[in-house]
Design a protein around this ligand. Structure first.
Ligand code: MEV
Length: 331
């Protein structure tokens, strides 16, 4: 049978998580070093549909955001959208090196890799909008109510601003992505985003549900949260484009304060944020779904990022990743 392959990567949300579900903009970056790779092998023989799914590389199988149900929906939807008329006899294996339940986009990346592998195996060319819709089919099953930012960011090559289902990549070079490879001038501002895992998995579905309940009880809390995060994220996007790293950092920390207020941070994440700031980081916050998961901290250069890493490890981080942000475009 024909073998198709597909790949996607993790993501980290810089600002706007949760508020983005209610129409605020959010900023995210791709994390190219965390990958999901899928292989779809079409089975020979005849007979009806025979679809099998397996996900390898899982380290916390207890996590319920595991997208297996979502992936089943995805195959059904793929058949319709790609107008496949022959029986779907296919084995899909996703090798996921993105830790689950850490707000790093593992479910969307697995789904995106699977969609691309299916398209390759069945020789279909899907446009970006169709790939997005298919990933969202799976995400909505995994998360209940997904804004779509993960579905896009797991395929992005630059920082992305996302609002109401529409994303736009910002002209900011990032190391390790296709966009950087096309750039001739890699010099300039050398910011690094430190991502640190609290070691505790948090369910995005539970976190989104928690806020839905709280916001139903107090629409005023929702409106204030959404409007404050909207201002912060819009301002931060300008900072990013203008190269204002200190201002950008301050907005991260302010967004953390707002997320903590609505109850999606944890004691350990708060300590890690404080530790990053104490080590000189211009800004730090929880990132993604919350109730555990990861925090992010900005560092101005490699040396600062090493100090931040040491400090967050002392505060309980079980592992860290450094994502070179390349240069802020203003520099
Ligand atoms: C998850 O990465 C981001 C959330 O805002 C949920 C969503 O946007 O679907 C928490």
């Amino acid at each position: 049978g024909r073998l198709g392959t597909g790949r996607a990567h993790g993501k980290a949300i810089l600002l706007g998580e949760h508020a983005v579900v209610y129409g605020a903009p959010a900023l995210a970056v791709p994390v190219p070093q965390l990958t999901a790779v899928a292989k779809a092998r079409r089975a020979g023989g005849d007979g009806g549909d025979e679809i099998s799914f397996a996900i390898a590389g899982l380290e916390s199988p207890e996590v319920t955001s595991l997208p297996t149900d979502g992936l089943q929906h995805l195959v059904t939807e793929f058949r319709q959208r790609a107008a496949v008329t022959e029986p779907m006899r296919v084995d899909v294996l996703v090798d996921c090196a993105i830790p689950q339940g850490r707000g790093l986009g593992s479910s969307a990346a697995c789904a995106r890799a699977a969609v691309l592998a299916l398209a390759d195996a069945f020789d279909r060319r899907l446009d970006a909008a169709t790939v997005f819709d298919l990933v969202q089919t799976s995400e909505n099953v995994a998360h209940g109510r997904a804004s779509g930012i993960d579905a896009l960011a797991t395929g992005a090559t630059a920082p992305l601003i996302f609002r109401n289902g529409v994303g736009r990549e910002l002209p900011v070079a990032m190391a390790g992505t296709a966009r950087t490879a096309r750039r001739s001038d890699p010099a300039g501002f050398d910011a690094v985003l430190v991502i640190a895992d609290s070691g505790v998995s948090g369910s995005t579905r539970d976190a989104v549900e928690l806020l839905r309940g709280a916001f139903e009880r107090s629409p005023r809390t929702r409106d204030e949260f959404v409007s404050r995060v909207t201002s912060l994220t819009e301002a931060a996007a300008h900072d990013l484009l203008q190269g204002r790293v200190a201002d950008f950092g301050a907005r991260l920390t302010e967004n953390h304060r707002l997320l903590r207020e609505v109850g999606i941070s944890t004691g350990r994440i708060d300590r890690m944020v404080d530790a990053a700031l104490a080590a000189g980081s211009p800004g730090a916050k929880i990132s993604g779904g919350g109730l555990g998961g990861c925090m992010i901290a900005l560092a101005r250069d490699r040396r600062e990022s090493a100090a931040v890493v040491r400090s967050v490890q002392q505060a309980g981080a079980v592992r860290t990743w450094a994502v070179p942000m390349g240069r802020f475009a203003g520099h």
